[in-house]
Design a binder for this molecule. Structure first.
Ligand code: HEC
Ligand code: HEC
Length: 301
């Protein structure tokens, strides 16, 4: 949890306990010092003796006493300057996030010319440049691999970027547009058509890519498809890259659930709809977007 997420109560709680402990220790120290019977070292003892070892009744050593005072002052100064007391931000305005951001900005400034130099020329040209593609691959592993995989082959709901099947088009300008704007797939739910119709539709959809299907069921699904699905997926099921509606004829499935058959996965899609979200990456700047797009393009060549 972040300090600035503390409620005022817990913020006060932390601050009061922290200051209470510091001032409590200080008060204890001063009280002891005041109650000491003599200020100088003497030979007086407390009367305790064991095995010939006597406990002397001497004052606190000066060096120890002053060290304690200095450390207390340091602690209070630190708590005034830096965040430490609940959600109090400190006089210096320092924060972990701020320091991280400053380091990122510095790295950004340092490396911007490097990326700019690498990103000369069009994305199509960059895809032929091994040096640029090495950097593109590194950018991909840092920014994209969590969703699309180290090898860019995708996973359930995350498209394979190494094949020639594209939701939104595989030309470099399509990929640049995907990265700059992000993409939001919108496949509505058709649960209202009922289980029987969804069963028929699923047979028809798998028939489009030549998979095993029940001919009678598929024949019943065909007119329903024309009526409900053709607007987005096309009359023949070949898809529409303007909408990101997948080609249903190529036997490549974005939503093939690992534990279900293709047809059962399709039924799940029809029941629930699908909303794939590709985040926008324009914040990386256009040099990196170009390098990444060229890299993704090169994977499918
Ligand atoms: C948070 C997960 C996530 C991250 C991170 C991510 N993507 Fe995606 N990406 C997706 C999803 C989900 C889709 C499919 C969107 C849809 O279903 O409409 C997608 C789609 C795409 C497409 C379109 C594929 C096509 O067939 O048209 C490209 C290209 C792409 N991503 C490239 C990248 C690159 C390059 C990066 C890194 C800069 C990246 N993605 C990072 C989730 C992600
Ligand atoms: C409004 C446009 C739209 C309509 C209407 C529509 N779809 Fe879709 N469909 C999409 C989009 C967009 C996706 C991709 C969703 C994503 O990327 O998350 C998709 C995905 C799918 C998928 C998943 C494909 C895969 O590769 O896993 C199937 C199957 C499917 N649709 C079948 C149908 C059927 C059958 C109908 C008619 C009952 C239909 N769709 C109606 C837009 C539509």
């Amino acid at each position: 949890m972040n300090a600035d997420q503390l409620t005022p109560f817990w913020s006060m709680w932390v601050a009061v306990i922290t200051l209470g402990v510091i001032f409590g220790c200080l008060a204890l120290l001063l009280a002891i010092r005041k109650s000491e019977p003599h200020k100088e070292e003497t030979d007086a003892d407390t009367g305790h003796e064991f095995d010939g070892i006597r406990e002397l009744d001497n004052p606190l050593p000066q060096w120890w006493y002053y060290k304690f005072l200095i450390l207390t002052a340091f602690g209070l100064l630190y708590l005034a300057l830096y965040p430490g007391l609940g959600s109090y931000q400190g006089l210096l305005g320092w924060s972990q996030e701020g320091q991280w951001q400053a380091e990122m900005d510095k790295a950004e400034q340092e490396f911007a010319p490097v990326f700019a130099a690498l990103a000369q020329g069009s994305a199509d040209e960059l895809a032929q440049d091994p040096e640029a593609m090495k950097v593109g691959g590194r950018l991909f592993r840092n920014n994209c691999a969590i969703c699309h995989g180290q090898n860019a082959k995708g996973a359930y709901g995350f498209p394979n970027l190494t094949d020639s099947d594209w939701l939104y088009g595989g030309k470099t300008e399509n990929i640049v547009a995907t990265l700059n704007g992000g993409r939001a797939g919108m496949m509505p739910s058709f649960a209202h058509l009922g289980d029987e119709t969804i069963e028929q539709l699923s047979h028809y959809v798998v028939s489009l890519s030549g998979r095993a299907h029940d001919i009678n069921q598929a024949a019943l699904g065909q007119p329903v498809f024309q009526q409900n699905c053709a607007a987005c997926h096309g009359g023949d099921g070949s898809g529409n890259q303007m909408l990101g509606a997948p080609n249903l004829m190529d036997n490549i499935w974005l939503y093939k659930h690992p534990n279900l058959t293709v047809r059962d996965s399709i039924k799940l899609t029809l029941q629930n709809g699908r909303q794939g979200q590709m985040p926008a990456f324009d914040r990386l700047g256009q040099d990196k977007v170009k390098l990444l797009s060229a890299y993704v393009y090169s994977l499918s060549q």
